[in-house]
Design a protein around this ligand. Structure first.
Ligand SMILES: *Cc1c(COP(=O)(O)O)cnc(C)c1O
Length: 413
């Protein structure tokens, strides 16, 4: 390999330090693999479930069985899994619009929502929730913790139909929320109002721990199929999981209030969705191990990274703080050069739909834009933080960190 001894030794040393954390991650993957395997067996998955359908898609067993698998894996009553959902933002939009009604109040309790959800919630004259008279508030986290006194105050002052938790960090310098913290806050909000619906933005959280939020009291959650749970094979799609009555409402929004979740065809094989789900626990563990390795290596190189090296990972993202926009851009470009697809392309910042600042993105991926594959992105704004995620194989993650560290050491000489 074309790496200097210096960089090879650096990465080797970091791998040693990460050993105990890697073992924990592998244990979680084993647990989740068993959960997934058992769901396949309980639902008697067979080759016929991969078959394509056309037209209305009545009795599409591929779609229906996939939904049953998700419900079981998430310890939930019901699920919608659909290739007709275009992205995570779309799935979350369906979740919110499916349940919220004019004059309802709802509240994010994990701070400002993810960039693409902001227009969905309070954009002007674009069919946002606000345009339909749904009232929104956000309670910021305080030092990464839920602000219980403020949450209680707001819930006591006004009837809240729903509270929403964003599990992963988004483009913020904060840790993802652990299932332990999520379980605790769900208990807390339900003790104030037992009828409040607790919903989650579950993006980047699937299979990071042994339990999903619906196993600890969440009523509803949504995410993307081209992140963790698609296992790198799902070609598109989104999912929503939760209580039966809520999923029914979301189904009416997905299609039409008269037909709900009983229709929807897909004229291509469902196999990648099933096989991707089967691989997802391992793929997610590879992504987390990649994140941990990047954390140690960039720490050694003198950069601040998050999550901190003595805490567990609760999403698959590694945030790395750079000193200048140039350094940040160079890093993202190196991740692109380390990719299997479009490795010869130099990404540049651009105005991406749904984002407030220019965004630069390394996505040399088989599935376009799939961020369970090794990828990195960043809005160009201070402080210059790169968000790295994914890695279908740990070996690819390791090669990428070798390349990124080589590049930085070269610049310093
Ligand atoms: C990725 C992500 C989304 C939106 O997903 P897209 O598929 O890009 O639309 C929403 N919330 C969080 C926290 C995410 O990481």
């Amino acid at each position: 390999m074309n790496f200097s001894n210096e960089v090879i030794e650096l990465v080797k040393k970091c791998e040693q330090k990460a050993k105990a954390q890697f073992e924990r991650v592998e244990e979680i993957a084993l647990y989740n693999q068993n959960k997934v395997l058992t769901a396949f067996q309980n639902n008697r998955v067979a080759t016929r479930h991969f078959s394509n359908t056309t037209g209305y898609g009545y009795d599409d067993i591929g779609r229906d069985t996939l939904s049953k698998l998700f419900a079981e894996i998430f310890n939930a009553e019901d699920a919608i899994v659909s290739p007709n959902i275009v992205s995570g933002t779309h799935a979350l939009t369906l979740m919110l619009f499916g349940v919220l009604r004019p004059n309802d109040n709802f509240m994010y309790i994990s701070g400002t929502p993810y960039d693409t959800l902001r227009e969905v919630i309070y954009g002007d004259n674009i069919g946002s929730l606000k345009d339909f008279g749904v009232n929104f508030e956000a309670v910021e986290l305080v030092n990464g913790e839920f602000d219980k006194p403020t949450i209680k105050e707001k819930m006591t002052a006004k009837k809240m139909k729903m509270v929403v938790i964003q599990r992963s960090r988004g483009y913020e310098w904060r840790d993802a929320l652990s299932i332990e913290k999520i379980a605790d806050i769900i208990k807390f909000v339900k003790s104030i109002d037992k009828d409040v619906i607790v919903a989650l933005d579950n993006c980047y959280g699937e299979f990071v721990e042994t339990l999903e939020p619906t196993a600890v009291g969440a009523d509803l959650l949504a995410g993307s199929m081209i992140k963790n749970i698609g296992g790198g094979l799902a070609p598109t799609g989104g999912y929503i999981v939760g209580n039966k009555d809520l999923i029914e409402q979301v189904g009416y929004r997905l299609t039409a209030p008269s037909i709900g979740n009983e229709v929807g065809s897909y004229n291509s094989s469902y196999q990648p969705f099933y096989q991707g789900l089967f691989l997802a626990p391992t793929v997610t563990s590879n992504a987390i191990k990649t994140s941990i390795l990047f954390g140690y290596v960039f720490n050694e190189l003198g950069y601040k990274t998050s999550p901190s090296l003595d805490s567990n990972c609760y999403d698959i993202i590694r945030s790395i703080q750079f000193n200048t926009a140039d350094e940040l851009i160079k890093f993202i470009q190196t991740v692109q050069f380390a990719s299997p697809i479009d490795s010869y392309v130099t990404p540049m910042p651009w105005e991406m739909p749904g984002y407030q600042d220019d965004v630069i993105m390394a996505a040399g991926t088989f599935v376009s834009g799939a961020s369970i594959e090794l990828s990195a992105d960043s809005p160009i704004r201070e402080p210059y933080i790169a968000y790295l995620q994914g890695g279908l194989t740990y070996e690819h993650g390791k090669l990428a960190v070798l390349m990124c560290a080589s590049e930085i050491l070269k610049q310093r000489k």
